[in-house]
Structure formats: structure tokens, C-alpha cells
Design a protein around this ligand. Structure first.
Ligand SMILES: Cc1ncc(COP(=O)(O)O)c(C=O)c1O
Length: 279
């Protein structure tokens, strides 16, 4: 595979990150994972908007660089002959110059990809974990920064107890999101998902699902969901660029996943059609 490394195309086994890169030194970076279906990036503009908002939030200079991404991504896809994949775009604050908290370097851009792999069997098991036990960055608006230590630790802890993904509960007892996915519930034919004010990531697939749900005449509510109420839900699923819609269960929870299955298929069709708009 050819990696895009800040202006150069490099074979994957030769690609390295400069030791003075702020992203490597301080996690001073943002990233996006973008789905490519049959050679087309899914909702690239949404990913670029999120990166734009992240750059503003962390006062990263060089927003103009975002305009170059569509063309570089297209070259990446053709250079690597990609049909379907998860491409990852990373922007760092660049090579550290002077005081690291005032580094005025140009941002550096990297691009790589991995195959799409998702569980074929569902529902997958989830486990509820307390956010306070993990170093997780959470503020509003949420950013997709290079600091995923807490997310990764929680993911491992979840796997260690036989779960596919953790679902976080914040200090106030509200459900927020997963380590690398958003969470949805359905109760009385209403689709519920934690509100962005909790500092959850505005997932590209989260948005897409809300659009698909409205098309199916399902009411949608971005709201506060207290952990104590989850047992009363009719359905639950998680969402991300990688897994799409993935129904979930936990100890003592049972569901027929009636609406979840429909949304899962609707999203799958959108991916397969190589389309990005819900029509
Ligand atoms: C913390 C977190 N929440 C949610 C998501 C889902 O976002 P998207 O739908 O854009 O893949 C991700 C994806 O990486 C994530 O890291």
C-alpha cells in the first residue's frame, strides 16, 4: 500500500512519522475515518466539516489544507486500487517549532487505510463502563483528536469481559457513547440517541441514521438517557463508519430489533449504491 505522508507517496513498510511531529509528541492531531464504497468516499464533506470544526476548536492553523483532501483522497484510492476500505486521514500541528504549546508550524497531513471488517453475527454484546475510570476527552463541540488512550483502554476492558464494545456512562448517570461508536435506543417507536451537549462525537453515521429514520417516519430525539432506563428500551444498536448499524445486547436485555434491522438494511443499501444522500 502507498501511504500519503505529508506530500510524498511512501510504501507502507517505509512510512515513518517524524519524531518532532506534534501529533507524535503530544497527540496534537485530529483524525477522520472515512468509508470508501466501490471507490467512492461516503459523505466526505461531513468528515471535512468535522475536521474543520476540530481545527477551529483546537486553534490549529492551516485550515486551507482541508481543500486539498478530496483530490489527495482520490489519488490515494486510485494509487491503491481500492474498492472498499476505511481510509484514515490524520492532520497534526506539524513539526514542533519553539514552545510546543505555541508551535506555529504548518499542519502535516497523512493518509492510510485498512480493510472494512465487521461482525457478521448480531446482536453483539456491550458492557456499560463508567467514564470517570478512563482518561477520555469530552467537551462540546466534541473533536476527533489523536488522544484515544481512554477509548482504547475501555475497549480492551470490554473485550476482556467478552463484550464487543463499551458504552460509557458519565458522572451524572447519563449514557454518552461508545469507545469508537455512537449509541441509539428505540422505545415506543421513537429513536433516541444521546445529545451532543454531552460531548459525544457527532458521528457521520449517527447523522445518516437520523435521516434514514425520519424517512421511515420514525420519530427521532437527541436527548438525555439515564443509564437506569436502558433496561426499559425496546431496541438498541451502535453505529459507526466501520460497522454501520449494529444491534447490541447486554445481560438481561432482549429485543426483536424490528426497527434496527430496517435501518441496518437501509444504510447497507446506501453504502452499496455508492450514494451519500438519503433520498
Ligand atoms: C468516540 C467515537 N464516537 C462515535 C464514532 C462514530 O463516528 P462515525 O459515524 O463518524 O464513524 C467514532 C468513530 O470513530 C468515535 O471514535
Amino acid at each position: 500500500m502507498l501511504i500519503y505522508s505529508n506530500g510524498s507517496w511512501v510504501e507502507a513498510h517505509k512510512a515513518v512519522v517524524p519524531f518532532s511531529d506534534q501529533g507524535f509528541l503530544y497527540g496534537d492531531s485530529l483524525f477522520e475515518t472515512i468509508r470508501v464504497n466501490h471507490g467512492h468516499a461516503f459523505r466526505l464533506e461531513k468528515h471535512l466539516e468535522r475536521m474543520h470544526s476540530g481545527m477551529e476548536t483546537i486553534h490549529m492553523a492551516g485550515i486551507d489544507l482541508l481543500a486539498d483532501i478530496p483530490e489527495i483522497l482520490e489519488t490515494f484510492i486510485s494509487n491503491n486500487d481500492i474498492d472498499s476500505a476505511l481510509t484514515r486521514i490524520i492532520i497534526t500541528r506539524g513539526m514542533s517549532q519553539g514552545k510546543p504549546w505555541r508551535s506555529e508550524s504548518d499542519p502535516a497531513l497523512y493518509m492510510t487505510s485498512r480493510p472494512i471488517s465487521k461482525p457478521e453475527q448480531w446482536p453483539v454484546k456491550v458492557v456499560y463502563l463508567e467514564e470517570k475510570n478512563y482518561p477520555i476527552l469530552r467537551f462540546h463541540p466534541a473533536i476527533k483528536s489523536g488522544n484515544y488512550l481512554g477509548n482504547m483502554l475501555a475497549k480492551k476492558d470490554a473485550e476482556d469481559v467478552g463484550a464487543f464494545e463499551p458504552i460509557f456512562v458519565n458522572r451524572d448517570g447519563y449514557v454518552t457513547e461508545c469507545a469508537i461508536r455512537n449509541i441509539f435506543f428505540i422505545r415506543d417507536d421513537v429513536l433516541l440517541t444521546p445529545s451532543l451537549e454531552l460531548g459525544v462525537l457527532p458521528g457521520v453515521i449517527r447523522d445518516t441514521i437520523m435521516e434514514l429514520a425520519e424517512k421511515r417516519q420514525l420519530k427521532v430525539q437527541e436527548t438525555l438517557i439515564i443509564k437506569d432506563d436502558v433496561q426499559e428500551m425496546d431496541e438498541a444498536f451502535i453505529s459507526s463508519t466501520g460497522v454501520g448499524v449494529l444491534p447490541v445486547t447486554w445481560d438481561g436485555f432482549q429485543s426483536n430489533y424490528r426497527h434496527s434491522q430496517v435501518l441496518r438494511e437501509d444504510l447497507h443499501k446506501l453504502f452499496e449504491a455508492g450514494e451519500t444522500d438519503v433520498t
